[in-house]
Design a protein around this ligand. Sequence first.
Ligand code: PGA
Length: 254
Amino acid sequence: MRKPIIAANWKLNKGPSDTEDFIKSFESRMSDLPKGVDIVIAPPFVSLPKATELLAQSKVRVSAQNMSEQDHGAYTGEVSAFMLKEIFVNYVILGHSERRSIYGETDAIINAKILKAHDVELKPIFCIGETLQEREDGKLEEVLRTQITEGLKNVSEKQMLDTVIAYEPVWAIGTGVTASPQQAQDAHEFCRSVITDLYGVSVSEKVRIQYGGSVKPDNASELLGQKDIDGALVGGASLEAASFAELIRNGVVD
Ligand code: PGA
């Protein structure tokens, strides 16, 4: 049985003071939440120290939204895996479609970042997903297989067990359009079959695959109820503590 993992991807929202407000409000709701779920919040870089400090005694874990594949040197504007470790970050979102489409991150760059994260025992939340055009052209499986295979090159079996996959159809991100539970389940089942091809069934049965793309409190139960959907990566609906807590309550049954 895979433990669900629900992560809040705040994107370019919430500096340290808004982060503090959110955490205080969210923590006051924690006693009402299901226990059998891993909860992660991913604030922007500048808010990470505040988040890890406030959540040091909490079961809520902290994730970065990106990091460099380099350790140090002349890379203006970048943040390394070691720096994230130093401030007690646990996870890092890598390969988000906004990183791919706006900042030109390729499968090879994402692969280098995933390997670097594992080097310092940061757990990657590895995002994949097709555009609407790719889906309409019948390329869904080809795109997902390539993203998974290239992104996970040289990732060991043990590291794979510490990798979370987030399937996020690009057309569902921030659009209010969600994949139907069946569309999402079919894509997740396919992703798991690719992990089986690469690592065998005993690993693929343990790997958690989140769904992302307009997950809200009122669709979380149906989506997370699907056999191969092990949680959610949530943008818009994670910005308010009340809505994120409600989404977790609706999506997870203890
Ligand atoms: P959304 O974003 O929930 O606002 O669609 C999800 C994501 O980009 O991770």
